[in-house]
Design a protein around this ligand. Structure first.
Ligand SMILES: Cc1cc2nc3c(=O)[nH]c(=O)nc-3n(C[C@H](O)[C@H](O)[C@H](O)COP(=O)(O)O)c2cc1C
Length: 361
């Protein structure tokens, strides 16, 4: 199975399955000399980990990370940074009932038909536990980008099923189990999730993520466009079915006089382009929005087939996220950080000596 790496100069590789002994990652291309400890990775992993509230999967994992290489006396050496996170709470018997059936909406059918063999335990390689590796790699990228450019990469849950959640303040995001930027919504969201869990069904969600203080000039037209790489990275997250950059699909009904971001000597007057023009960062905030589908593993009976092609019914018990979007915010932040880090290094390689000729803002 290839396709386990992404990035050009900041290259991330992951391995591991949901019920195997461990997940591991290799980050290649981190510049030398940055202070780095396992705690830097752990604080981001703790934001993503399961079991943090009754509204997410109750799998009990500490997601403790161990750095194996690439750091000497607390500093990155430029060598590949290898790290390991052991699985601690596998309950493989939960999957015996669905080992020979395909859950509608999950990856069971396509993995089986493509490889002719699959590890059904916890979804195997299709499990979103793999996103731990992205979050750890993103923590390294976030740190480097923050130290070098003062860059801030952060996100929030913008919609939970039918409930839009307006942005109120970044301070609210860490105060509730949903990553909602309006903590006054928490009670309503909790009631919604409690009812949903009882019903045995699941819902989708929207997550918004942005990067502030991105310098102008990152991104390589035409096949290495920054927006294309961001979209690819976001679509690679499990269960993501849509990506918008800037105005996104709202651009369909906008007029040119509304969409085009006017400029003044002090800077841009709007950001419909989400901080990317011609595939190159404009120096504005990068704004991204993603749609996550409802969890496929639900308790309600669904029509399917078994591995012999016979009609069957499948009900998925065991421990699952009733809304996968609730834990997706740190994952989306991490993917944006990895792409920006990759493009920071690519910019430095080719255009590091260019001084942008026009001063704006
Ligand atoms: C944070 C997160 C947690 C997830 N948890 C579950 C889960 O508990 N049960 C499930 O069926 N899918 C879950 N998923 C989604 C599956 O990993 C994914 O939908 C599946 O591999 C099908 O492939 P897809 O990526 O095309 O949707 C989760 C996704 C994310 C991002």
């Amino acid at each position: 199975m290839s396709g386990n790496s992404f990035g050009t100069l900041y290259c991330v590789t992951s391995f591991g399955e949901s019920h195997g002994p461990a997940y591991g990652g290799v980050v290649d291309g981190c510049p030398p000399g940055m202070a780095l400890t396992a705690a830097d990775l752990q604080q981001e992993l703790d934001r993503r980990k399961p079991g943090s509230s009754r509204h997410v999967t109750q799998r009990r994992e500490t997601d403790t990370v161990e750095i194996l290489s690439g750091v000497y006396e607390g500093k990155t050496t430029g060598a590949a940074i290898g790290f390991l996170i052991r699985n601690e709470d596998q309950r493989s018997k939960d999957y015996s009932a669905i080992a020979e059936k395909f859950r509608p909406g999950h990856a069971d059918y396509t993995y089986w038909q493509k490889y002719g063999i699959r590890d059904p335990r916890g979804g195997g390689r299709a499990s979103a536990r793999e996103t731990m590796i992205r979050v750890a790699a993103g923590a390294i990228a976030k740190k480097w980008l923050r130290e070098r450019f003062g860059m801030l990469i952060r996100g929030y849950l913008a919609q939970l099923g039918p409930h839009p959640i307006a942005f109120k303040s970044w301070g609210d995001v860490g105060k509730n189990p949903f990553f909602a930027a309006d903590d006054s919504m928490t009670k309503k969201l909790e009631k919604f999730m409690d009812d949903l869990r009882e019903s045995g069904d699941s819902v989708g969600a929207r997550v918004n993520v942005m990067a502030e203080k991105v310098p102008v000039g990152w991104g390589e037209p035409v096949y290495g466009r920054l927006d294309a790489d961001i979209a690819s990275a976001m679509m690679s997250i499990n269960a993501v079915k849509g990506v918008e950059i800037g105005a996104g699909f709202a651009a369909v009904t906008q007029k040119g006089s509304e969409h085009g971001d006017e400029m003044t000597p002090q800077g841009f007057l709007s950001n419909n382009n989400g901080g990317v023009l011609g595939g190159i960062s404009s120096g504005q905030d990068i704004t991204v929005s993603i749609a996550l589908k409802p969890t496929s593993s639900i308790r309600l009976p669904r029509r399917t087939i078994d591995v012999h092609g016979q009609a069957a019914s499948v009900e998925t018990t065991g421990r699952h996220d009733p809304c996968v979007g609730i834990r997706a915010t740190p994952i989306a932040e991490a993917m944006l950080a990895c792409v920006l880090m990759d493009h920071a290094l690519r910019y430095r390689a080719q255009c590091g000596d260019v001084v942008p000729p026009t001063k704006v803002g």
